[in-house]
Design a protein around this ligand. Sequence first.
Ligand code: UD1
Length: 418
Amino acid sequence: MEKFVIQGNTRLTGEVEISGAKNAAVAILPATLLIDGITTLENVPNISDVKIICDILTSLGANVEWTNYHTLVIDSRNLTCTHASLEMTSKFRASYYLLGSLLGRCKDVEVGLPGGCNLGARPIDQHIKGFEALGAEVNYEQGKINARAKELIGNSIYFDVVSVGATINLILASVLAKGTTILDNVAKEPHIVDVANFLTTCGADIMGAGTDTIKINGVDKLTGNHTYSIVPDQIETGTFMVAALASKGDILIKNCIYEHMDCLSAKILEMGGKIENLGDSIRVYCDGDINSTNIKTLPYPGFPTDLQPQIGVALSIANGTSIINESIWESRFQYTNELNKMGAKITAQGKTAIFEGVKNLKGSPLYATDLRAGAALIIAAIIADGTSELYNIHYIDRGYENIEDKFRKLGARIERIK
Ligand code: UD1
């Protein structure tokens, strides 16, 4: 088992290059199964979740090859199987995108019920409601979910909750359906727009991605021989923006999209940080105290739940009291127990956590409870007095590429110990 050993008291300065978006990659890779041809994907993050998806695609008969560190070539002309192994798919959440893509292409699919980070109950009723509206029959048994249809026919689907997963899954299922599908009350995250852009490049007819309503006119076939570059990772960008603020440092974050960061930028400014928009780079620095503020997580363009633990670290050392209201996942405050071990004063109950800012944090043994909590605890250890050991770092490897190298280049003293 690996751990990070992190010496604290570090002000982060320098440049960091952002990778392709994890949340886009884990949806676009299953989307390649809809294509009767060869796809080249560039700017693919080299992370463990992507490697698992590649193994799953291979097990279904696709030919998947890394042609360099960030480029994948996927040939999905000759799929041999529509049932993905329970062991592989139950490991992580995004395997549910195989439901939409294989149902769309083959009208038959079986996967393990999705696993992933433990953030509380993670229902998929909206996905199922959508597949059924297109004419599929969906069943669960013994940890598996299967869906099949004679044919899929476009329909109007109103989602009861704004769901990233359900929005993407229904885009995947309807691009090859007969007729028109209208998806209402959809999620608008940048990676949803990226999935739609990718499919459009391959011949899909999708309008409205990034708004509340998406209209899809089904086409007969999606074609290959396209090269598509995955959008920069909004959450990795935000993680380094918060790291600059919390460490009172100065970081130039390169290869990112400023407009995707509006909500976080507004909070960083409120908290006393400074931000410069430099085109495809963002400079974030802080040369004074950190102010308290209140935050509520919401679907995009609201404050992302995936940046809540990281901003929580900055609030734990802010002047005064702050409140975070987590409206997406009920178990997303587990990291506050770890921060309290470091001397933070946080009271978390249900969906609300109250942060009474302290002067500084102290190094401690720490346990990552999920992917984003892990990233937050790296930041906490970097700014704390003394040394921290961070365990369960496999969670972090799921979604951040070479995170210790990126932090080390900014001056952090972080070592991966086997
Ligand atoms: C969510 C986040 C996403 C984040 C990911 C991992 C939102 C809108 N989505 O995406 O930004 O990257 O977690 O942290 O911020 N729900 C249902 N029924 C369903 C599907 C979802 O009730 O069929 C509920 C969930 O319980 C949750 C909310 O809707 O409270 C959002 O879920 P969803 O967007 O589907 O989750 P992810 O796609 O995992």
